[in-house]
Design a binder for this molecule. Structure first.
Ligand code: PHE
Length: 355
């Protein structure tokens, strides 16, 4: 801009001021303001051209134009600052607005998890017996042949012992190690550790070589019960299980016992409860019989008492064992046991405590 004279310079400065102010004042955001500032005062702005060519003006004009350059720069800068304050306030208000809390809104409930249906049923079963004075005991899932079979009066040639039914561990140890096939093993542990009276329930996981289907799983849960004292009779067993059935399934429950065989009890029985789906009239769940088989039970076999060093002449007792999956399946009307293990949240979150 070598050829610029004082008139040109004055014109450019006035235009720069006018356009610059217009740009600055119309900036709608801090970013736009930044751009307007660069356009008005930046290195490429006409204003800066004038500034740079001041040196080529004659002395008199240079002072004159120089003063105007300073005036325009000041005017533009103060316009930028003014606008910045306005925009910052607006931005602040916007942030405040977006941060505003409506204290009259209803609270949002955090998404809570739910207890697994098997946990619910297991706890409820145990609670019912705890209220009757029973103690909850738990034990290891890895057992020896003694606890799982021999001490329970299960003969050496019993089919349950075979590889077909029992999962044996391939590790060196004191005799065969296996995954317990029934919580009845806890009867032995408990009685070995204390004198009568015994009143325990033992919840826990058990293992059997089963192919999973709607009513069988290779890993499932049982709750074992054991009561040993002087003078315990079969009537005590029946009364206890009736009380349990009423607490678990409702006051109008009835129970029925039919003979069954387990090596560790004599006599042994199967306990059925009146079908709580059809109330005994007969439906698909009870296969038209009005009864649902719930658990195995019986009077503790004298051999078992003797195996743990109890005096079988003095003490008697009863035991029972039930499948938690089976109780849960019946109680909640679940069609397939495998659903308890699939971990589908849509299934799992439907359960609440029963009873
Ligand atoms: N342990 C037996 C089972 O797994 C159930 C049972 C327990 C039967 C105690 C009688 C007494 O089938």
């Amino acid at each position: 801009m070598a050829a610029m004279d004082a008139t040109d310079a004055a014109r450019i400065l006035e235009e720069s001021l006018e356009r610059g102010l217009a740009g600055i004042r119309s900036a709608g955001s801090l970013d736009e303001l930044e751009a307007a500032q660069v356009a008005a005062l930046g290195r490429k702005a006409p204003f800066s051209g004038v500034q740079r060519s001041l040196g080529s003006l004659p002395e008199e004009a240079r002072r004159e134009v120089g003063r105007r350059v300073n005036g325009v720069r000041e005017a533009l800068r103060s316009a930028v600052e003014e606008r910045r304050v306005v925009l910052q306030e607006a931005e602040g208000r916007r942030l405040l607005e977006s941060d505003r809390v409506d204290v009259t809104l209803r609270g949002r409930r955090p998404r809570a998890g739910s207890l697994h249906p098997l946990t619910l049923v297991e706890r409820q079963v145990c609670e019912i017996f705890v209220r009757m004075g029973y103690r909850v005991v738990t034990g290891d899932e890895v057992e020896t042949d003694w606890y799982n079979f021999t001490a329970l009066n299960i003969p050496p040639d019993h089919p349950a012992r075979t590889e077909k039914d029992t999962i044996y561990l391939d590790v060196p140890g004191p005799g065969d190690l296996l995954l317990r096939t029934e919580t009845s093993a806890m009867q032995i542990h408990t009685m070995e550790g204390q004198e009568p009276p015994v009143h325990i329930v033992a919840p826990g996981r058990v293992y059997r070589k089963e192919t999973p289907d709607p009513t069988h799983l290779p890993v499932f849960h049982q709750v074992e019960g054991l009561a040993v004292d002087e003078g315990i009779t079969f009537a005590d067993l029946k009364g206890t299980l009736l009380a349990f059935a009423k607490a678990m399934f409702g006051e109008d429950q009835r129970v029925r016992m039919t003979p069954d065989y387990f090596p560790f009890v004599e006599p042994g029985a199967q306990l059925a409860v009146s079908c709580f789906i059809c109330r005994g009239r007969g439906c698909r769940t009870c296969k038209g019989t009005g009864w649902i088989e719930l658990l195995g039970c019986g009077m503790v076999h004298p051999n078992v008492l003797e195996n743990v060093g109890y005096d079988a002449e003095r003490y008697t007792g009863f035991a029972f064992g039930m499948g938690v999956e089976r109780v849960a399946l019946l109680r909640y009307g679940v069609p397939d046991m495998r659903m308890f293990y699939e971990g589908d949240v849509r299934f799992l979150e439907q359960f609440e405590r029963v009873g």
